[in-house]
Design a protein around this ligand. Structure first.
Ligand SMILES: Nc1ncnc2c1ncn2[C@@H]1O[C@H](COP(=O)(O)OP(=O)(O)O)[C@@H](O)[C@H]1O
Ligand SMILES: [Mg+2]
Length: 268
């Protein structure tokens, strides 16, 4: 096939998906992120990590993506945020701007201010902007109690101030706020070091701060998902359930209901 033909074909396909999407949702196509027949196979892997994912994420939704380890959650959000490109199928981002805190987010050994500036690609922020962000994530009083304030060096370096796990997490959320033009926040198990109840508190903070942005937050722990507008359950490289907490709990033998029951004691 000639390259031009292929482009025409893809454009036709995109138009067909758009029609499909407009017919199926009340939100305009431009206000959605649309995945169609998305497949992904890592180089040298035997199996596909994603198999034919079809999904529409709407503007402003607060979405929990849950599922066991290895179910494909990180692969999915890596494609969404443009980190993996060699996929099959379609990923229509429609001009949405993403910012993310990933599973292994760096605990950068630099100043507090520089740590926040990582969130906007290292662009310098004003002191006021940094202070404002620190207030929002609840770190202002602690940081300002240090002699160097926002210029306090963090980490185990000589004279560095070590933060607790929870404080590092708050700083990571501060990085999301450093990019105000982003309208999609992705959080891939940024709370892995926290206990399940602290994780819930963390996600509440994120909910409160995100306003009308679209938020996709990922965990294999479910206690926090209750408050999401929508829960997506990943299993074996696909989205196998999609609904609210209550609707998924009503599916007695569903993945979500079973996972929830098995984790119930964590949240007692
Ligand atoms: N870099 C990689 N190379 C090969 N296989 C990978 C790589 N990353 C993930 N996988 C595999 O892809 C599948 C989905 O992984 P992942 O998206 O990380 O799942 P989750 O985030 O839900 O734990 C798993 O089988 C995993 O082993
Ligand atoms: Mg993962």
């Amino acid at each position: 096939m000639l390259a031009d033909d292929r482009i025409t074909l893809l454009t036709d396909k995109a138009a067909a998906f758009r029609d499909d999407c407009e017919a199926n949702t009340s939100v305009p196509y431009e206000d959605s992120i649309v995945l169609k027949n998305l497949c992904y196979q890592y180089m040298q892997a035997q199996d596909y990590a994603l198999r034919n994912v079809n999904l529409t994420l709407r503007k402003g939704e607060k979405i929990a993506l849950v599922g066991e380890n290895g179910s494909g959650k990180t692969t999915l959000i890596s494609i969404l945020s443009g980190l993996l490109n060699q996929y099959e199928g379609t990923c229509e981002r429609n001009g949405f701007i993403f910012t993310s805190v990933l599973q292994d987010f760096g605990q950068y050994q630099m100043t507090v201010k520089e740590n926040i500036e990582v969130g906007c690609g290292g662009k310098e922020l004003s002191e006021e902007a940094v202070c404002d962000i620190l207030k929002k994530v609840g770190l202002y009083d602690f940081i300002l109690s240090k002699p160097d304030g926002i210029y306090t060096r963090l980490g185990q370096l000589e004279e560095g101030v070590e933060l607790s796990k929870g404080q590092w997490q708050r700083l990571a959320v501060g990085r999301l706020l450093a990019r105000p033009e982003a309208n999609v926040w992705i959080l891939d198990e940024p709370t892995a070091y926290l206990d399940p109840l602290a994780e819930i508190t963390m996600y509440r903070t994120i909910f409160d701060l995100s306003g009308d942005k679209t938020v996709l937050f990922i965990s294999h722990r479910l206690g926090f998902a209750k408050n999401a507008d929508r829960i997506l359950v990943a299993a074996h490289g696909n989205i196998v359930e999609d609904g609210t907490h209550q609707s998924l709990m009503n599916k007695k033998d569903g993945y979500y209901a079973r996972m929830y029951e098995s984790q119930r004691e964590w949240y007692a």
